[in-house]
Write a protein that binds this ligand. Sequence first.
Ligand SMILES: [Zn+2]
Length: 412
Amino acid sequence: MRPTLVLTTTCFALLASAAIPCAAQGVTPAGATDTTNDPVQTLVNRLDLERYKNTIKGLAQFGDRRQGTKRNRDAVDWIEAQLKQYGCQNVERITYQYNPPEAAGRRGARPPATSPKGRGYAGNGPGGSRIFSDMREHGANNDSLAQPDPKIRAIDAEPSKPGERQEVICMKVGTKYPNEMYIIGGHMDGIGWGQAVNDDASGSAIVMELARILSMPDVTTERSIRFALWNNEETGLDGAKAYVAQRGPMQGKERPAGSGKYPEPKWLGMVQHDMMMVDHGPPTPDGKLSPEQRPGADINIEFASTSKFADDAMKLAFFWRAANEKYATDYPAAVGPHMTNTDSDPFKDLVPALSLRENERGSQIGGNWDPTHHQPTDVLTTFTDKDFMLGLTSAQTTLGAIGRLTGATVRK
Ligand SMILES: [Zn+2]
């Protein structure tokens, strides 16, 4: 049977053209918000730019964290230790095998950075998008010498080997509906001989910061929340696919019977955070990163209009956008229909699924709006506080939305 999005079955208050469940604390059925007594605002206020940056730096110490290496396994250990320290419940590892056929690369070769058809050529981009320029993203860097920093080059030196892989998950267990949950994800692996700071320490740090804040002892939620730090995104979403294969059949089952415990609550939705900091606009004419975050920078919330749950995913996307208008301090959000190339993909025909990004994946990143993507320039020294703040704004947006959706409260 088709699971019903909680959003569509709860009583509604219309706020900024999107449906907000009025069962959530602090919202009256008429839509008027009690700002002073909104516990979700209290949670959002606990986000902090320096803490977010420190979590990104913690991940960056393991270089590009390429899957199948010691630096990747060390990063998994570090993430697990952090989540335990935050008091996140049910910290677990998903274990799976990754044995690619010989010489398998990423998801196929990328088009050249500039279209051979010349300037002004608009063509098809990833996820059913169109790219209205002749710029195209570069393929992933595989040249160690392209990394000018010898320390980073040394950290990234070990090549990937096939075999066993692990990724870490944990949970906030709901008080009223422990058998239902939303999944919040980011991917901890990277490529390209940098530090995988933007792709995707920036999204992983959002997941970790939300796990930290929602695990605080004075916070309760009615529904459960899964925090997932996917591995093997860069090889083709293999960590998320392993989770779907192993955990999908466990959904909503009480184990042991009568215990009130649900190791895998029923999935209500999945929201991925991937590349959260760089919206500098189109690249310079020579294909380099434009120097400043553009004044019109925004967060792009994408759903897949071709997915089985397109309508519910669209509603969820506008719910996220409304949460941005209510809770975000620095940057707005826009909704688009071409979610693609990230870990929400394996979920999109099972539950409503979204991705949050710095840019639209297809039309903008496909058009080389982020020249640090999979390049040696994806390192801490490339980014300024304006970039980190775009990531924190996404954290505010998702914390606001998930706080409302799960009925979060803070004990006074
Ligand atoms: Zn990514």
